[in-house]
Ligand binder design. Structure first.
Ligand code: KG4
Ligand code: ZN
Length: 343
């Protein structure tokens, strides 16, 4: 039984997990606090985490109908993420670990996003037996990465964004169109009824051999395009603009995923991160992997795509199995720029 804490960005989340099973996953979203700023404000996130962490722990225990005595391990996100936000979760996790005399597991947030594909409900479903190596596509507001997972805990980073993350690009496009924050879900809704070919968009690094991404040129192109359209017409064209922008982002993701599938021939593909909640992107990924004989896996619930503590708990379970337990609590610190350790 693991109590997991996640405070790397703007979600205060506490989960109770048992093996791969998610018993409870409490997510207190701060979206309403950050909306008027059009993005996450670190100082506001820190304060909100401090206010919400204790109630979230209490709620997670209550909903799980367990006492603190039944908790065997504490898990916490140590990075990557916003330093002052990570700190809140780490401090609380250390306190709990000392008070309950239970070991602490320091989890990489991006590894957590991968393990969201391993999560099960409290009845142990879905029963997935994932074959390695797995190609992992991680598409969130802070990261866009392609990783090969050779086995549990063994990764090789193949490529990542050189500037903005895909979710960040969608958020910025929504801001340019004055659609509010976060942008991904609004863009998705509008794009459903738009023509993705109406406005041609650049696709940086598309034909390059690299598995890296770049989205900042696309964003700048979009800003200039929208500035040239008369304001009244922008309203009429919202659906086409959203669809064209989204298509360019997804084309880049699909293209690099295809190159990786051709190079590595993995039997499985794991997709994680907030943008993976997008239905069109999932359809595109499914259709792509079917051509390469790889089995696609997505987080079994939308709330496991965006930031949550359940994925941290599930990841911690697999880390315990390979003996990765933090013994020196004093030395445990936030790692805002934590990367995958190639191994
Ligand atoms: O994984 P996540 O919760 O946070 C980070 O670790 O960054 O991802 C948040 C990102 C935001 O950029 C948001 O706009 C995007 O995920 N997102 C979506 C959808 N839902 C959330 N993007 C596209 N379609 C969605 N349905
Ligand atoms: Zn995330």
């Amino acid at each position: 039984m693991i109590l997991a804490i996640e405070t790397s960005c703007d979600e205060t989340s506490v989960a109770v997990t048992k093996g791969r099973r998610v018993i409870t996953n409490i997510i207190s979203s701060q979206v309403d606090l950050h909306r008027k700023y059009g993005g996450v404000v670190p100082a506001i996130a820190k304060r909100a985490h401090e206010e919400r962490i204790e109630p979230a722990i209490k709620e997670a225990l209550k909903k799980s109908r367990i006492s603190t005595k039944e908790i065997k391990t504490i898990a916490v996100t140590v990075g990557p993420g916003l330093a002052i936000a990570l700190e809140v979760g780490i401090k609380k996790a250390k306190e709990l670990s000392l008070a309950l005399k239970k070991p602490l597991i320091a989890v990489n947030h991006m590894e957590g996003h991968i393990y969201s594909c391993f999560a099960q409900n409290r009845n142990g479903n879905p029963k997935r037996k994932i074959a390695f190596p797995a190609l992992c596509i991680l598409v969130s507001g802070g990261h866009t990465q392609l990783v090969i997972m050779k086995n549990h805990g063994q990764y090789k980073l193949l490529g990542e964004t050189r500037d903005d993350a895909a979710g960040e690009a969608l958020d910025k496009a929504a801001k340019i169109l004055k659609l509010g924050y976060p942008g991904g879900p609004v863009i998705e809704r509008l794009a459903q009824k738009g023509n993705p070919n109406k406005y041609p968009m650049p696709r940086p690094l598309f034909y390059s051999k690299t598995l890296d991404y770049s989205f900042s040129g696309l964003k700048t192109h979009f800003l200039y395009l929208v500035q040239e359209i008369p304001p009244k017409k922008v309203g009429v064209e919202l659906k086409n603009l959203a669809a064209s922008f989204q298509e360019a982002v997804f084309d880049s993701i699909i293209k690099k995923t295809q190159v990786a599938l051709q190079r590595y021939h993995p039997p499985s593909l794991l997709a994680g991160g907030g943008v993976i909640a997008n239905k069109l992107l999932r359809r595109k990924v499914r259709s792509l992997v079917s051509k390469y004989g790889a089995a696609p896996y997505f987080p079994p619930k939308d709330e496991l795509c965006t930031d949550n503590a359940a994925m941290i708990g599930v990841c911690a379970y697999f880390m315990i199995k390979s003996g990765k337990i933090t013994t020196n609590l004093i030395k445990l610190d936030r790692k805002p720029n934590l990367c995958f350790q190639n191994g």
